[in-house]
Design a protein. Sequence first.
Length: 277
Amino acid sequence: MVHFVGAGPGAPDLITVRGQRLLSEADVVIYAGSLVNPKLLEHVKKECDIYNSARMTLEEVIAVMENAEKAELTTVRLHTGDPSIYGAVREQMDLLDNRGIPYDSCPGVSSFCGAAAALNLEYTLPGISQSVVITRMEGRTPVPDKERIEDFAGHGATMVLFLSTGLLGELSEKLCMGGYKKDTPAAIVYKATWPEEEAYICTVGTLEITAKKHNITKTALIIVGNVVLPDSYDRSKLYHPEFTTEFRRGRKGAEKFLQKKGRLFVLQKTEAGLQEK
């Protein structure tokens, strides 16, 4: 059995409870050594075989998994952040499918969540943005034609960019081509949640100079949009006193409770828990 496990953004205590359990039970661990905090390996068994995938090809990774499966051993493939975001997991899963090797996935806290925490930032502020675009600049890995930075920028939504720190001058140009102004708030978060975390607020036009000033060349996320430094925003409807939900009635302006089968849907506390009244 192979478990794909998200290691979280960096801080070792941000791996999930399930992820830590799977790691502690593993006979074989293959971890992304260039990105995963090595302190997480303190959770593994003494007899566990550990491989650093930073020095391996896809074929070599699969060979280790295949040999472990033949020996009836459990493997954890430990990816940084959440494996579903720039984790290159699909190609591994397809090869495991071809070999009849079972696997599952344990999600992790992505670094884009860690970056928001570093800034105490909310990506989806009412009245400013209700969407988050997660993307990257085109480098050695191509980006589909319809996913150009300038096209996404035209939406005015919050943008989070991975794998783009070395291309910030070009990034600023493309963001402005898409409609962002040079003075649009932006942020650079280096190694979010790691002990050496750094976070800097700047603008779209000063991304490159800010990174150079602080010697940031890699392992950083870029956040773009007015949520970084909001002048104003709308109050959440969910917690507004006039807003009615299935759990409470608005104080005024709410005409009726959520109805279910033609009658009021009310919850009451019983020994068995919350029940419909």
